[in-house]
Design a binder for this molecule. Structure first.
Ligand code: NAD
Ligand code: ZN
Ligand code: ZN
Length: 368
């Protein structure tokens, strides 16, 4: 099969690799129907994620069709179309039993395209298949649900739910990339009084307004703290959600909230940030952090099925799976291309009788 292989900092290629095979009885093999690229994949390519070793297939967000199951898999069968999410759950460890799949200590957690081969490929081995994939309800297309693989549950769980967004709240979202926009979209489920989007890029702020922000602030041009104070009678926002991942924006979030307010950090940080406890200790603030657990995936899936949530506007660019390298170029140049999420689609391949399935991909067709 073909897959997008990481070859060390700055190097990657769509190339031929061995087909994945069942290793554990709890594994399934899926044929990837649709995949997408995450900002984290770009971090890996920069060399910022040393545990991802050269030779690893990248990608942790996909929709696929089951082609083979291990002997212990009982809830899915060949032919089922499933969401393969960024988080895998062993289902048995202490953290999985508490619903903290992101912390799974039994071999799951964020493993795809990180510590094992990922999903930007024609086929993938999916560990702990019974407890990790989600069947796609009838009537929904892969594109309806693909963003449930990462950005939607991340924004909802680590941003909106950790931030305790309540009806009527003023919610400040710092960073209007895919994660910040998904935060705005899912915060709306709680009928906030006002959503304020803050970013340095006007194009991203225009998107934020499309996704439902009531106020947009370019903090490269305006003093965001002064503006938020003015909008909230000098008190500050009820909740500030950090969706960038740099020290300045974390510190900005702690300055934006009212006494008793909440900061939910979603950004992945590579550097230490200053926590101004000398100001915050008396303010009764709550600060949360976290990796997504994806425990809300079924709930978000129901909202999509009921047409209460439509994540399809995140898909700004479409490519064939065989054009993954071009898709990376477009995604990495988001400032110029205005890409939010790039969608990679495989050519439909008919399912063959058991035993003949995995070899059925025609790479030429996939590259069209
Ligand atoms: N916690 C988790 O489980 C989890 C999961 C996925 C992604 N993330 C993280 O969420 C963060 C956002 O992801 P994304 O894909 O939307 O990233 P992105 O890079 O596409 O978007 C970041 C946005 O922040 C803006 N920005 C940059 N510096 C800024 C500043 N000083 N002030 C205001 N805005 C600024 C940029 O213009 C951009 O629009 C990243 O750190 C990513 O790694 C976390
Ligand atoms: Zn991701
Ligand atoms: Zn576990």
């Amino acid at each position: 099969m073909n897959a997008l292989v990481y070859h060390g900092p700055g190097m990657r290629a769509w190339e031929e690799v061995p087909d994945p095979v069942i290793v554990e009885p709890t594994d399934a093999i899926v044929r990837i129907d649709m995949a997408t690229i995450c900002g984290t994949d770009l971090h890996i390519l920069k060399g910022d994620v040393p545990e991802t070793t050269p030779g690893t297939i990248l990608g942790h967000e996909a929709v696929g069709t089951v082609v083979e199951i291990g002997s212990a898999v009982t809830t899915i069968e060949p032919g089922d179309q499933v969401l393969v999410s960024c988080i895998t759950a062993c289902g048995r460890c202490r953290f999985c039993k508490e619903g903290h799949y992101g912390l799974c200590s039994g071999g799951g957690g964020w493993i795809f395209g990180h510590t094992i081969d990922g999903l930007q490929a024609e086929f993938a081995r999916v560990p702990f298949a019974d407890t990790s994939v989600y069947k796609i309800p009838e009537g929904l297309t892969p594109e309806d649900v693909i963003f449930l693989a990462d950005i939607l549950p991340t924004a909802y769980e680590v941003g909106v739910l950790n931030g305790g967004v309540q009806p009527g709240d003023t919610v400040a979202v710092v960073g209007a990339g895919p994660i910040g926009l998904a935060t705005i979209m899912t915060a709306k489920l709680y009928t906030p009084g006002r959503v304020i989007a803050i970013d340095l890029a006007d194009a991203r702020l225009a998107k934020a307004a499309e996704f439902g922000a009531d106020v947009t602030i370019n903090n490269g041009v305006e003093d965001a703290v002064a503006r938020v104070m003015e909008l909230t009678g000098g008190l500050g926002a009820d909740v500030a959600i950090e969706a960038v991942g740099v020290p300045e924006t974390f510190e900005l979030c702690t300055s934006l909230i009212r006494p008793g307010g909440r900061v939910a950090n979603v950004g992945v940080h590579g550097h230490s940030a200053t926590l101004h406890l000398e100001k915050l200790w008396i303010q009764d603030v709550t600060i949360t952090t976290g990796l997504v657990d994806t425990i809300t995936t079924p709930q978000l899936m129901k909202l999509i099925e009921a047409r209460r949530l439509d994540p399809t506007p995140f898909a700004t660019h479409h490519f064939a799976l065989g054009q993954t390298e071009e898709a990376y170029d477009v995604f990495a140049a988001a400032a110029e291309t205005h890409a939010l999420k790039v969608v990679l689609t495989a050519e439909p391949v008919p399912l063959l009788p058991e035993g003949e399935h995995e070899r059925a991909v025609n790479p030429e067709a996939a590259a069209v």
